[in-house]
Design a protein around this ligand. Structure first.
Ligand SMILES: Cc1cc2nc3c(=O)[nH]c(=O)nc-3n(C[C@H](O)[C@H](O)[C@H](O)COP(=O)(O)OP(=O)(O)OC[C@H]3O[C@@H](n4cnc5c(N)ncnc54)[C@H](O)[C@@H]3O)c2cc1C
Length: 293
């Protein structure tokens, strides 16, 4: 199924899952187990990230094949412009299509560690909107997702400019948008309004990363500029040495956050599950996703 078709019924709110390719055999087994458990809840799609610097080029496709062929779920392969010329990008897209992967999350990618400015590879692409155009030109039937930033992309000089640039990706042919993680729904609601004002009409799927380990989430949010509300941070700070308590606080917060988003009519929720299922299972049960599918 293509991404656009998954979200074409406005009366149905779907959820999706994002994983990354594990580095070890043990990690692969744990991930498969997590995906089997989450399958019961009926995800609209499962996406697999493309490692920074293109480091998981083939593994991303291998996992997408497992998602589709073993788990019988719709897969979406993340794909970035990092380190590849136009020809190399097309070669990877050819492979993806030949291997039955027809949904692509089209991203620019981050500059390498220690650098703040992204430099296109020789003969490569500089922005995600160029990648969307390339995919649409050569694979007009592909499902294309793009990233959006309710708290602004870190490199963008202003929210206005970031939204102008987002419009380029949409106009180039994106089908759905998945947001960067956020913990304050107000950012999403403002972002949704700003998109509507710019005639950006594609489904805006909020990205939610349940907090199960505060230190890890602090590391991740510090890299992408996501704010953790003070009230939540202080509750988590108070149980710093206690992972179980952090898990409970994080899950309870995510349930409330998702419920508010669903009540506000979002088309679905994209869960960054960090290859684990426990938190997401609890949240989906509370949100009645099992019975809804
Ligand atoms: C849902 C999601 C999934 C992700 N998955 C991955 C992954 O699998 N692998 C990975 O390495 N990274 C991933 N990332 C991170 C992503 O690669 C970074 O956030 C990256 O810095 C920007 O990617 P982008 O596609 O949003 O870039 P772009 O949309 O190209 O934007 C990058 C910056 O350039 C500006 N800009 C955009 N277009 C133009 C233009 N035409 N002219 C001038 N300025 C412009 C924007 O305002 C922004 O500041 C993901 C992010 C999200 C939200």
């Amino acid at each position: 199924m293509r991404l656009a078709d998954i979200f074409n019924d406005p009366s149905e709110q779907r959820f999706s899952i994002e994983i990354f390719p594990p580095k070890t055999d043990a990690g692969e087994e744990l991930l498969m187990d997590a995906l089997v458990r989450l399958k019961d809840f009926g995800p609209g799609f499962v996406s697999c990230t493309y490692g920074a610097g293109g480091s998981t080029r083939d593994k991303t496709l291998q996992w997408c094949e497992k998602i589709q062929n073993v788990l019988q779920q719709t897969a979406t392969a993340h794909f970035t412009c990092v380190g590849s010329s136009r020809e190399e990008l097309l070669e990877w897209l050819n492979q993806a299509t030949a291997r039955g992967v027809h949904n692509i999350m089209a991203l620019r990618g981050d500059p390498p560690a220690g650098e703040t400015v992204f430099k296109a590879a020789e003969g490569g692409l500089a922005y995600a909107n160029e990648l969307v155009s390339l995919i649409r030109e050569h694979y007009p039937e592909a499902g294309i997702g793009v990233a959006g930033y309710p708290e602004k992309h870190l490199e963008a000089p202003s929210m206005e400019e970031d939204l102008d640039n987002l419009k380029r990706k949409v106009d180039a042919g994106a089908d759905v948008l998945v947001t960067q993680m956020f913990y304050n729904n107000e950012y999403y609601f403002r972002f949704r309004e700003a998109c509507a004002n710019r005639d950006i009409k594609l489904p805006l799927i909020p990205g939610i990363m349940p907090i199960t380990n505060f230190a890890r989430i602090q590391r991740i949010t510090s890299m992408c500029g996501t704010e953790i509300p003070d009230s939540l941070a202080s509750r988590l700070e108070a149980v710093k040495g206690d992972e179980e308590a952090q898990f409970e606080i994080g899950v309870e917060f995510a349930i409330k956050q998702c419920r508010e988003l669903l009540d506000a009519g979002v088309p679905g929720i994209h869960f960054y599950v960090l290859n684990k299922s426990q938190a997401c299972e609890r949240i989906l049960e509370e949100l009645n996703f099992q019975t809804a599918q």
